[in-house]
Structures are given as C-alpha cells and as structure tokens.
Design a protein around this ligand. Structure first.
Ligand code: ATP
Length: 145
C-alpha cells in the first residue's frame, strides 16, 4: 500500500467552504497563496499544515490549468490529500465579474476618499478579494464601465 502511495503522480485536492465543496478532484500540481508566500504542492509532498491568504489557487489537472479565487483559511497536506478550508472560494468560471469589478471599485473609492470613519483593514481585504476574483476569472485588467 505504501509503495502504491509513494509512486503516485496525482493527489486529491479538496477546497471546502462553510457553504460547499468547491473542488474535489485528482490533480497533478497546486500552487496556492500560503501565509509565507506562494507554495507549490506535488504528489507525495511531506505532511504540512499552514495558513491560507486571500489570492488565487492554481491547479493542474490532466495538463490543464484551473484557477480558484480564495479567501483566508487553512490547509493540510497529508497522505496525498490536500485539504483547503477557506471562508469563501469560487472557481474562475463561476465568478460574477461585474460584481467583483464593482466590489473592487467600491473598495478603491473608500481607500482613496479616506473618510474619517474608514475601516481601512475592511476596505483593504475587500479590495484583495475582488482582485483575486478578477484574476481567477481572467479579467484582472478590465474596468467596470
Ligand atoms: P461583495 O461586496 O460583492 O458581496 P464580498 O467580497 O464582500 O463581495 P464575500 O463576503 O467574500 O463577498 O462573499 C459572500 C458570498 O458571495 C460567498 O459565497 C462568495 O463565494 C460569493 N461571492 C462574492 N463575490 C462573488 C463574485 N464576484 N462572484 C461569485 N460569487 C461571489
């Protein structure tokens, strides 16, 4: 059994939010925004746990790249299974681009206006989420209008 596991070229990627299972697939590689920077995972990676930042998780399945926008969370790799638990996550193709552009522009406006009651961290996190969604949807450079 151990021999079989060691020789594998793929591993299971699960991306789970409190709402649903967003991804549950056999994949060849994952690159994700871990707390210490982007982290690459291949099959048979040593056990590891860590924090997840707002960003884009990229995974390769049958040679094809896929992108998932993710919110903060945690991950655990063990026994050829990478489990990512995130507050929110959306596959690139499921992202409402107009909504993300509006969220980005709203956050930018708030950060630029710098009103006295501005919750800076909240606006910054909203901006990061919106930019990650636009990146995952392949629309990072486009404006809302
Ligand atoms: P908004 O201001 O547009 O609501 P938000 O960043 O505050 O954005 P979240 O609180 O992170 O939104 O997410 C709330 C729910 O809406 C989650 O289920 C998330 O997956 C979903 N969601 C948020 N933005 C989008 C989007 N652009 N496309 C698809 N789903 C989205």
């Amino acid at each position: 059994m151990a021999e079989k596991t060691r020789g594998r070229k793929t591993f299971t990627l699960e991306i789970i939010t409190p709402e649903k299972v967003v991804v549950d697939e056999e994949v060849e590689a994952v690159v994700m925004p871990a707390s210490g920077g982007y982290l690459g995972i291949l099959a048979n990676h040593a056990p590891i746990v860590g924090g997840l930042e707002i960003g884009v998780i990229k995974y390769i399945q049958e040679g094809k790249a896929h992108w998932v926008a993710c919110n903060m969370g945690v991950f655990e790799m063990s026994g050829n299974r990478l489990r990512v638990l995130a507050d929110t996550a959306e596959r690139g193709e499921d992202i409402d681009v107009i909504r993300a552009q509006q969220a980005r522009d709203r956050a930018l406006r708030r950060l630029q206006e710098k009103k006295a009651d501005l919750d800076y961290l909240r606006a910054e996190l909203a901006l990061k989420r919106a930019l990650a969604r636009l990146k995952a949807a392949g629309k990072a450079g486009e404006s809302a209008s």
